[in-house]
Design a protein around this ligand. Structure first.
Ligand SMILES: [Zn+2]
Length: 298
C-alpha cells in the first residue's frame, strides 16, 4: 500500500463570534484549538494514512520565531541579539493531535527549516545568513527531539532551498534532525530540478516535492540515483479546484512508471492553507480514492 499524507497546512476555520468571545475571556488559544480539531477530523475522514496538526495556529515562520529570545516579531521576525530557543512551539498541539487520531492513523510533526527562517528574518545581529541559520537550527533541534517522542514522522520544510540553495544546506538540515529516530522527511516546494542531485545526498528517509505543478521534475529524478523514499505531490496546492480522481490517478501512474510502489508516498504538492475548506477536503478525499483505485483497494 502506498501511504497518503499531507505536507502540513490546512484552511483555518475560526468562528468569528466565538473567537471574539473567547478572546475577551482570555481563552484565545482554545478558539484556535477548535480549528486544529477540525483539521484533524477532516484529514481522518478523508482517509489519509498520515496526518498533520493542520498548522492552524498560525504563520509557519512566526509560530517558531516568536519562541526564540532575541527575536521580535514585527511584520517579519527581526533578530536583534543572540537568539536562543526559549519555548517549544508545536508540542502541545501534537499531543492533542495524538489524542484525536484513531488507531492506525499516523501523525507527522512539522518544523519550518532554519534556512527558510533565516531568509525570512530581518537580521540585525549575525554576521551572515549562515550564522543565523545555524543558530535557528540548534534551537529547532530541540523541537525535533521533543516531537520525536510524540509523532511517527518528523518533517522539515525548506521552501527556500529551491530558490537559493546554500552549500551548507545538508549540514544545516542534519543539525535540526540529529536527535530524531523516527523517519525523517524533507519537503522542498518549487522546482527542485537544479538541486535534486544535492538533496539525494541528505540523511533523511523521505524527500517530498511538488510533482503536480512541476511534472518536468521526473526528467531529473529518473536520472539521479537516490535511496530515499519519494513523497510525490499529486494534487496542486495553488489551484482552488479539486482535481478529479482520474486526473490524480494519471499523476500517480506517472510516479509508478519511475519508482517502485514501496518507495512512494502520495500527498498534495504543498500546504492547503489558502484553498476553500471544501476544496481542500475534496482534494484529499479524491487523492485517497485515486490511490485506492490504483492499488485495487476498492
Ligand atoms: Zn511547500
Amino acid at each position: 500500500m502506498i501511504p497518503t499524507t499531507v505536507i502540513g497546512s490546512y484552511p483555518i476555520r475560526l468562528d468569528g463570534v466565538k473567537y471574539a468571545k473567547a478572546y475577551h475571556e482570555g481563552a484565545k488559544a482554545d478558539a484556535v484549538g477548535e480549528s486544529l480539531s477540525k483539521a484533524v477530523e477532516e484529514q481522518v475522514a478523508a482517509g489519509l494514512d498520515i496526518i498533520s496538526d493542520g498548522q492552524t495556529r498560525g504563520d509557519f515562520i512566526n509560530i517558531f520565531a516568536r519562541n526564540f529570545s532575541g527575536v521580535v516579531i514585527q511584520t517579519r521576525p527581526t533578530v536583534l541579539k543572540e537568539i536562543e530557543y526559549s519555548r517549544l512551539s508545536t508540542i502541545d498541539d501534537q499531543r492533542k493531535v495524538r489524542e484525536l487520531v484513531p488507531e492506525g492513523v499516523e501523525v507527522k510533526g512539522i518544523i519550518t527549516g532554519p534556512y527558510t527562517m533565516a531568509k525570512s528574518s530581518v537580521n540585525r545581529y549575525y554576521d551572515s545568513i549562515e550564522d543565523l541559520a545555524f543558530s535557528y537550527a540548534r534551537g529547532l533541534a530541540k523541537e525535533a527531539e521533543e516531537l520525536d517522542g510524540i509523532v511517527d514522522y518528523v518533517q522539515v520544510d525548506e521552501p527556500f532551498y529551491s530558490v537559493d540553495y546554500p552549500e551548507y544546506g545538508r549540514k544545516l538540515t542534519e543539525t535540526v534532525l540529529k536527535g530524531v529516530k523516527k523517519p525523517r522527511m524533507l519537503h522542498v516546494c518549487g522546482d527542485v530540478s537544479e538541486i535534486f542531485k544535492e538533496l539525494a545526498g541528505f540523511k533523511v528517509e523521505v524527500l517530498e516535492h511538488e510533482f503536480a505543478a512541476n511534472p518536468q521534475l521526473w526528467e531529473t529524478v529518473k536520472d539521479v540515483k537516490f535511496k530515499q523514499k519519494l513523497g510525490v505531490g499529486v494534487v496542486r496546492s495553488d489551484l482552488n479546484r479539486a482535481e478529479t480522481v482520474e486526473e490524480i490517478e494519471e499523476r500517480m501512474n506517472v510516479a509508478l512508471e519511475h519508482m517502485d510502489a514501496s518507495r512512494l508516498f502520495f500527498s498534495p504538492d504543498c500546504g492547503l492553507r489558502n484553498l476553500d475548506p471544501q476544496v481542500a477536503y475534496k482534494k484529499l478525499e479524491n487523492m485517497v480514492s485515486a490511490r485506492d483505485r490504483l492499488t485495487g483497494r476498492s
